[in-house]
Design a binder for this molecule. Structure first.
Ligand code: UD1
Ligand code: UDP
Length: 382
């Protein structure tokens, strides 16, 4: 019997981290031929993930250009995908999340009348411009997709409210599967400076920041807040692996570089990043993925955004929104640094996003959909 041809399409760092365990799970299934096509919307940051997880792409569209615009990413992905789909002959294309690669991958599959499975479906803020352009990307992909792999029951509710009732599976988030493979007590960091810092007595504040809706004034406020936190507190070390986006790098150089106790480093390989998080005191971020990973590791998170599409860990008490106003960020961070009780109230491991079996459920659901399995997979949280 011919194998089911499942093709995964991804292009940025977070998509790659979250799709890597799924690509592996699909490859382990006897009835599936799993291939992957990368757009390389991110070049260096994608390659780093491929290396950590030992994934060799079958097609590489290599679309990244310096200071790429949303239109250039989308159009270059679409043009590249035409030939990839012709060559890969998919029975289904899997896309992940809400990036421009995700949207273009789904749209291209639609143009070729290939069914689409959306991994990490159903996240919403209901604010069209925040996160930008991700909220619209995921809504547009919802309109195209045939199967929806929702991390949580709340994500499924969002889809049901929008009139989508078929093809939804609550699976947990694949990022927790990835974390299970990377975090180790005896992890050795590739960065010597990190090794030294982690053996010290100071509280490690792990920072990331890159969102397009934070470009400009909000990013300036964030950088100044980080500077103030580090300047006013000799007990902290702020570790910030800076995203390769030139817009982010300019803001970091202008407002943060040179501050005491601030360690600006290049993006870390995913395994180093996850193990650094596991050894940090507090996470300050505008990233989506960190909001899911840190709670699983029992680390409090301050989200430097006005909203979040990930309310589950906020409800569980491990994540708080601190906004993008300098004073608010400083006040909330300093409270967690100095007020032991406030810290302990947030620092407990919660796993609203998964149990490490999301990829098994997604692969099972795909097999069930195509008639390779008789039982519908049990849902995460059931
Ligand atoms: C993209 C996604 C965002 C996701 C983020 C994860 C879109 C529109 N945005 O945002 O949803 O949260 O990735 O990090 O899809 N660059 C490099 N080398 C790299 C990676 C990026 O030089 O390895 C540069 C690019 O040339 C580009 C800039 O960084 O000019 C920004 O990258 P881009 O993919 O356009 O958007 P992100 O802000 O990274
Ligand atoms: N990450 C990483 N190295 C870094 C910073 C982040 O491996 O230097 C990982 C992080 O642990 C998470 C993912 O990248 O798994 C998040 O990606 P990012 O913040 O770029 O995007 P988002 O999640 O906001 O879409």
């Amino acid at each position: 019997m011919e194998k089911l041809r499942i093709r995964s399409v991804f292009g940025t760092r977070p998509e790659a981290i979250k799709m890597a365990p799924l690509v592996k799970e699909l490859s382990s299934r006897a009835g599936i031929q799993s291939l992957c096509c990368v757009t390389a919307q991110h070049r260096q940051m994608l390659d780093s993930v491929l290396e950590v997880f030992h994934i060799q792409p079958d097609r590489d569209l290599d679309i990244m250009t310096p200071r790429q615009t949303l239109s250039s990413i989308t159009s270059r992905c679409l043009l590249g995908m035409d030939a990839a789909i012709e060559a890969l002959k998919p029975d289904m294309i899997l896309v992940h999340g809400d990036t421009s690669t995700t949207f273009a991958g789904a749209l291209s599959a639609f143009y070729h009348q290939v069914p689409v499975g959306h991994v990490e479906a159903g996240l919403r803020t209901y604010d069209k411009y925040s996160p930008f352009p991700e909220e619209m990307n995921r809504k547009l992909v919802s309109a195209i997709a045939d199967l929806y792999f929702c991390p949580t029951a709340n994500n499924r509710e969002n889809l049901l409210r929008e009139g989508i009732s078929q093809g939804i599976f609550v699976t947990g988030n694949t990022v927790i599967d990835a974390l299970h493979t990377t975090v180790r007590e005896d992890h050795r960091f590739s960065n010597e400076k990190l090794d030294r810092l982690l053996y010290g007595e100071k509280k490690i504040l792990l920072v990331t920041c890159h969102r397009r809706e934070n470009y400009g004034e909000p990013m300036r406020n964030i950088m100044l807040a980080l500077r103030q936190i580090a300047e006013e507190d000799p007990d902290v070390e702020l570790v910030y692996p800076v995203h390769l986006s030139p817009v982010v790098r300019e803001a970091v150089d202008k407002y943060l570089r040179g501050a005491p106790r601030v360690h600006l480093i290049d993006p870390l390989p995913a395994d180093d990043m996850h193990n650094l998080m596991a050894r940090s005191y507090l996470v300050l971020t505008d990233s989506g993925g960190l909001q899911e990973e840190a709670p699983a590791l029992g680390k409090p998170v301050l989200v430097m955004r006005r909203e979040t599409e990930r309310p589950e860990a906020v409800a569980a008490g491990t994540v708080k929104l601190c906004g993008v106003v300098q004073d608010d960020i400083v006040t909330m961070a300093q409270r967690l640094i100095h007020d032991r009780q406030a810290y302990e109230e947030m620092a407990h491991a919660v796993n609203p996003y998964g149990d490490g079996r999301a990829c098994v459920r997604i692969a099972d659901a795909i097999e069930w959909h195509f008639g390779l399995r008789t039982e519908r997979p049990e849902e995460f949280g059931a």
